[in-house]
Design a protein around this ligand. Structure first.
Ligand SMILES: Nc1ncnc2c1ncn2[C@@H]1O[C@H](COP(=O)(O)OP(=O)(O)OP(=O)(O)O)[C@@H](O)[C@H]1O
Length: 385
């Protein structure tokens, strides 16, 4: 299958980024610049335009301060077949279009990008929620049915929790029935996927030079077989606490390094290594599922990493059809190098192939964007458009 390449990314009113259209060649684009220049924001915008996903709690955080709406657009090229994905953002609103037609987030190509960043260490050291959402968001991308069942399950848990808080013991059997229909399938898909994810993460951990074995295992609060009985048995406790305490929404992904739980025992560096292994496993799983390697976005390739692990990241970037690698220093061996400064990106003269600077970049190219104040943002954001 031909890889899908990001040929251009346009943004308007996105965080601190100046309006721009950046063009990307095949291979690695290195983006370097001082702290706060906008490097992470660029990767975040690319990830959003490609996948429709963002992990901010409020969408308005993505809109430039003082503005009401923001817009990002990805121009994609798959062996000459072109398509455009657009995302419009407003207060609490997000609208997506593919080739001008409104779509839902789940309709965007689900395996198109993987984002690796220093904050990934939180997957190891943070609360179970982060590890669960790593697994759920990966499985939701691998299987549309999983995404749908999980959304239904989570909605049912919220409704059941509301009923528990109102002391509606009489209504519990209705919610329990719905959970018992949805929960076991979620648990079984997680178990199956984890077998493969575990192998991929272990391979990546070895490739990263770790001498301690990494294993991934689910810590389940219940099982498909016992879920119905567990819900009944804990109903009194749940009514007292006002929340559902058993079910796949309470599972954790247990990471073990050298036989010890990594969350409690791993060093900072080991934690970063495990997080890198998890991201490479994500990339490999998506590639196996969709038959092509995703665009790789690597934020701050040198942060907290020794030379061996930096080379691992750079080799990983070189192994995919296209990657964007940021850092305060310039990633070596790139096909294109951009310098970030105050939300703007200018070409570095020193690109590997000696191309004249600027050939691939069109910063501040307002003429490439829809013209006028309201331009297509309004169109993209219009409810029901
Ligand atoms: N909604 C917003 N409007 C305007 N500016 C914003 C908004 N959100 C974030 N910023 C600013 O964007 C700037 C760039 O942030 P970004 O994380 O992209 O920098 P960076 O180049 O990755 O830096 P570092 O090397 O420190 O990681 C920050 O100064 C931040 O305050």
């Amino acid at each position: 299958m031909l890889p899908v390449l990001l040929s251009a990314l346009s943004t308007l009113n996105y965080r601190n980024l100046a309006p721009c259209t950046l063009h990307f060649p095949e291979g690695v684009t290195a983006v370097h610049g001082e702290n706060g220049a906008g490097k992470t924001n660029l990767l975040e915008a690319a990830y959003l335009a490609l996948t429709g996903l963002s992990d901010v709690t409020r969408l308005e955080q993505l809109v430039q301060q003082g503005e009401k709406e923001a817009y990002v657009r990805a121009d994609l090229d798959s062996g000459g077949s072109l398509s455009v994905q657009e995302v419009g953002l407003g207060r609490g609103r997000r609208q997506l279009k593919v080739d001008g037609v409104r779509v839902r987030a789940g309709d965007l190509p689900r395996g198109s990008a993987v984002w690796i960043r220093p904050e990934d260490s939180e997957l190891v050291f943070g609360a179970p929620t982060g590890r669960r959402s790593y697994l759920d968001s990966l499985l939701s991308r691998v299987s549309a049915r999983y995404a749908q069942q999980l959304a239904r399950y989570e909605r049912t848990v919220s409704q059941r929790n509301a009923a528990l808080r109102s002391g509606e013991a009489w209504a519990m059997h209705v919610w329990d029935e719905a959970l018992i229909k949805l929960g076991p399938e979620i648990m079984l898909v997680r178990r199956r996927a984890l077998t493969r994810l575990n192998e991929l993460a272990a391979e990546a951990n070895t490739a990263l030079g770790s001498r301690k074995a990494l294993t991934l295992e689910l810590t389940e609060s219940t099982t498909p077989e016992t879920f119905a009985g567990d819900l009944l048995a804990r109903q009194a406790e749940e009514l007292a606490r006002g929340s559902t305490v058993t079910g796949p929404h309470r599972d954790d992904l247990l990471l073990t390094l050298g036989g010890f739980p990594a969350t409690e025992y791993a060093s900072r560096g080991e934690g970063r290594t495990i997080a890198l292994a998890l991201r490479r496993a994500e990339l490999e799983l998506l590639a196996e599922r969709f038959g092509e390697k995703p665009l790789l976005l690597i934020d701050d390739f040198s942060a907290e990493l020794d030379p061996g692990r930096r080379s691992f990241l750079l080799d990983l970037a070189a192994s995919v059809p296209q990657a964007i690698v940021t850092g305060t220093e310039r990633a070596p061996g790139a096909a294109q190098t951009l310098r970030a400064h105050a939300g703007r990106f200018t070409p570095d003269g020193d690109s590997r192939d000696g191309d004249p600077p600027g050939g691939d970049l069109d910063a501040d190219a307002d003429d490439d964007l829809p013209a006028g104040d309201a331009w297509e943002i309004q169109d993209v954001l219009e409810a029901g458009a």
